[in-house]
Design a protein around this ligand. Structure first.
Ligand code: NAD
Ligand code: LMR
Length: 344
């Protein structure tokens, strides 16, 4: 997917008016995609990247404010999808109706000194109300949850859908692609291998030590990295979000790299829906590969969403220790989300 988005963008920049041809929709099914929180720091560049995706035929941009401007702007790009902007709860139903895929980057971001869990009190309510509307207006859509704390917002979404009688565990995804994007970048830099060839699974969850990159399974292999270097790479991947929050110094968290990661994952979901074989990405999903009910791992995507949750593979001793250490925190984040959804 990365390759297809990058190729599309390069073609667009190089060939200008011939772009419509490179985005030909002749053989592609109609796919409606909504971005909820589309006027935000992630939402805007994500709207741009989804407008560049030739698999999208209808792009629905929703936010509580500011969407008309974003929609008007993005709609002038001469690619396949028709763009519509929706603002406020009155228009949420229209934004969602008929969606195949709903991407949710709605909610507040961190400031320096905060953990993702500090966002729970505000974002849990936002996610709950958006998921209640999804259950009503597009109960069969795939959901890509970006809003933090992902470790809790995904369980919240699951509970909302269960209550509404629409829950399908194959269709709910916590987006952890940014952890993979970071692990690949940092590994390529240290191992001195071409970044576009690198693959690194990242498992667990999406906060601090619950983010567990499996560098022992990285490709291309590098025997040149010491244990200390692997530990430093692991720590940098786990703290990647904080690195950006601190650099932005109060002006939010990762937006551009997240929009890229969100577009990569959404593209993989659309390819799966369209029946493209062998699409595998890491994601935080309902899982039975550990004792925890939600867990990020490699997932095979298909026409109904999750086709198969893949196992962890063999872990180094260091990764095995990391796996045991993350379980307590991940379990309590899951329970916090479930409790909130059941009591509110
Ligand atoms: N999963 C990840 O890897 C990852 C990475 C980066 C950021 N995030 C999270 O994504 C979220 C958004 O980050 P951002 O930088 O775009 O924040 P932002 O404040 O720039 O944008 C959030 C947008 O959500 C909108 N919004 C608020 N309530 C809404 C509602 N009820 N319905 C629709 N839209 C609503 C706001 O109006 C705003 O436009 C944060 O929770 C952040 O922590 C997750
Ligand atoms: O770190 C954050 O708060 C945002 C996001 O989860 C990230 O990993 O960049």
């Amino acid at each position: 997917m990365r390759a297809s988005i990058i190729r599309s963008m390069e073609k667009a920049l190089r060939r200008g008016s011939s772009m419509r041809r490179s985005f030909s929709s002749e053989t592609k099914p109609e796919r409606k995609v909504a971005v909820l929180g589309a006027a935000g720091g992630i939402g805007q560049p994500l709207a741009l990247l989804m407008k560049l995706n030739p698999l999208v035929s209808s792009l629905s941009l929703y936010d509580i404010a500011g969407t008309p401007g974003v929609a008007a702007d993005v709609s002038h790009i001469n690619t396949r999808s028709q763009v519509a902007g929706f603002t406020g709860e009155d228009q949420l139903g229209q934004a969602l109706e008929g969606c195949d895929l709903v991407i949710i980057p709605a909610g507040v971001p961190r400031k320096p000194g905060m953990t993702r869990d500090d966002l729970f009190n505000i974002n849990a309510g936002i996610v709950k109300s958006l998921c209640t509307a999804i259950a009503k207006y597009c109960p069969h859509a795939l959901i890509n949850m970006i809003s933090n704390p992902v470790n809790s917002t995904v369980p919240i979404a699951a509970e909302v859908f269960k209550k509404a009688g629409t829950y399908d565990e194959k269709k709910l995804f916590g987006v952890t692609t940014l952890d993979v994007v970071r692990a690949k970048t940092f590994y390529a830099g240290k191992a001195k291998v071409p970044v576009e060839q690198v693959n690194v699974p990242v498992v667990g969850g999406h906060a601090g030590i619950t983010i567990l990159p499996l560098f022992s399974q990285a490709n291309p292999k590098s025997n040149a990295l010491s244990d200390e270097e692997i530990q430093a790479l692991t720590k940098r991947t786990q703290d990647g979000g904080t690195e950006v929050v601190e650099a932005k110094a109060g002006k939010g968290s990762a937006t551009l790299s997240m929009a890229y990661a969100g577009a990569v994952f959404a593209d993989a979901c659309l390819k799966g829906l369209n029946g493209v074989p062998d699409i595998v990405e890491c994601s935080y999903v309902q899982s039975s590969i550990t004792e925890l009910p939600f867990f990020a791992s490699k997932v095979k995507l298909g026409k109904n969403g999750v086709e198969e949750v893949l196992g962890l593979g063999s872990l180094s001793d260091y990764e095995q220790q990391g796996l045991e250490s993350l379980k307590g925190e991940l379990k309590s984040s899951i329970e916090k989300g479930v409790k909130f959804a059941r009591e509110n």
